[in-house]
Design a protein around this ligand. Structure first.
Ligand SMILES: C=CC1=C(C)c2cc3[nH]c(cc4nc(cc5[nH]c(cc1n2)c(C)c5CCC(=O)O)C(CCC(=O)O)=C4C)c(C)c3C=C
Ligand SMILES: [Fe+2]
Length: 352
């Protein structure tokens, strides 16, 4: 076997177990330690533990409400579906999935790759919109784990892929099908529409990330495909460190819509799995906020198991498996991760 494709994601605990959730949070905060100026490595680790303990009760409550996150199960199914599609296309390739903050952890998967002696490794983060703490950090972590093992495969990665036509079609049709099932008319002035994206600390944008531009451009494309004339964008933030995050917050956007419409449709545009951000933050917490201002909330399901998704991913990795230049498919040297072999569909273009 020559090539391994590794799908990367954030990860979330499948069970509401306190020790597991504490460890998970500590890893996340430590990975984002650059958001604060710690005096030393030990101080950054201590601060991560402190932030994790503080956040633990709230996040435990969220996982208890949903009985653990389905993210892991859905990510496994996506990897299996991609493996099957690539096999059907005649590629001799293995597909793995690895998580930044939950098992299967990236360093453990790197060990499996080294043991199997793959000659080349291709990393593909399953984050629809490329961000520094997600797509870029996940690829960095895999490459660093491989280097630590003194294992030297040919390494390539794909960061931003939200511009693929199939992806836009999948999301647009998920919205259309959902509103049709619910009997909602998007042209009705009493129906408001909100694209909700995971937020990011503004420090990452100041350092060069174009994430907010991708959010705006993708929302604009989807709105055009489904013929939506008016919409709002909101961000789901995690304000644990007293630092600035992207604005406006989704909950503020929804509260502002009270009195202007009877219902609001919310599209969780930056997620490719159901998880606490969709099942708790939107379905429970935001639903309550909407209800308090007299709005009925309708949340579009994440199309994590759309049968076209494995084919979309297979198309993306095809140049690397079949040996033709990735730029033939508009994949160019990524600007967010300026390392050779990192490809992206956003490179050299304005964010949208
Ligand atoms: C573009 C930005 C981000 C995306 C997309 C994203 C996805 C994502 N996040 C979770 C779950 C958590 N994220 C948490 C913290 C966190 N998330 C981001 C950015 C994105 N996450 C940052 C920069 C941080 C760190 C914040 C800090 O260090 O202060 C956390 C822990 C904190 C909390 O809940 O309050 C969780 C949990 C998932 C599952 C996910 C999946 C795609
Ligand atoms: Fe997050």
């Amino acid at each position: 076997m020559e090539t391994a494709v590794v799908l990367l994601n954030f990860g979330e605990p499948s069970e509401p177990d306190r020790d597991v959730v504490l460890e998970y949070l500590t890893r996340i905060f430590y990975d984002n330690a650059s958001l604060e100026d710690a005096e030393s490595e030990e101080a950054a680790r201590e601060r991560s533990r402190e932030l994790a303990k503080r956040r633990l009760p709230g996040l435990m409550e969220e996982y208890e409400e949903i009985g653990g996150s389905p993210l892991q199960e859905q990510a496994t199914a996506q990897a299996e579906a991609l493996a099957e599609t690539l096999d059907d296309r005649g590629h001799d390739v293995s597909v793995y999935h690895a998580m930044q903050f939950m098992e299967p952890l990236i360093p453990d998967v790197a060990k499996q790759l080294a043991e199997a002696e793959f000659e080349s490794v291709l990393a593909v983060p399953i984050y629809p919109l490329c961000g520094p703490s997600t797509s870029v950090a996940a690829i960095d972590a895999l490459e660093a784990a491989i280097d630590d093992l003194a294992y030297d495969p040919e390494f390539a990665s794909i960061t931003g892929w939200h511009r693929t036509p199939t992806y836009n079609r999948i999301r647009a049709e998920a919205i259309r099908e959902f509103v049709a099932e619910e009997g909602i008319d998007l042209a009705d002035p009493d129906t408001a529409f909100v694209f909700s994206a995971h937020g990011t600390p503004t420090k990452y944008l100041e350092e060069g990330s174009r994430y907010d531009g991708y959010v705006e451009g993708h929302a604009d494309a989807l709105a055009n495909i489904i013929g939506l004339e008016e919409y709002e964008i909101g961000y789901q933030n995690h304000e644990n460190r007293g630092i600035e995050w992207t604005e406006p917050e989704t909950e503020d956007v929804v509260e502002e819509l009270g009195g202007e419409a009877e219902r609001v449709v919310v599209e969780p545009m930056s997620f490719m799995h159901e998880q606490s951000e969709t099942l708790v933050e939107l379905d429970i917490d935001l639903e309550e906020d909407a209800d308090a201002v007299g709005l009925d909330l309708y949340r579009v399901p994440v199309p994590h198991d759309d049968p076209r998704f494995p084919g979309l991913l297979a198309d993306l990795v095809e140049p690397f498996l079949s040996g033709f230049e990735p730029d033939y498919y508009q994949l160019r040297q990524c600007q967010c991760r300026d390392e050779p072999g990192t490809y992206c569909m956003n490179a050299g273009l304005p964010p949208q």
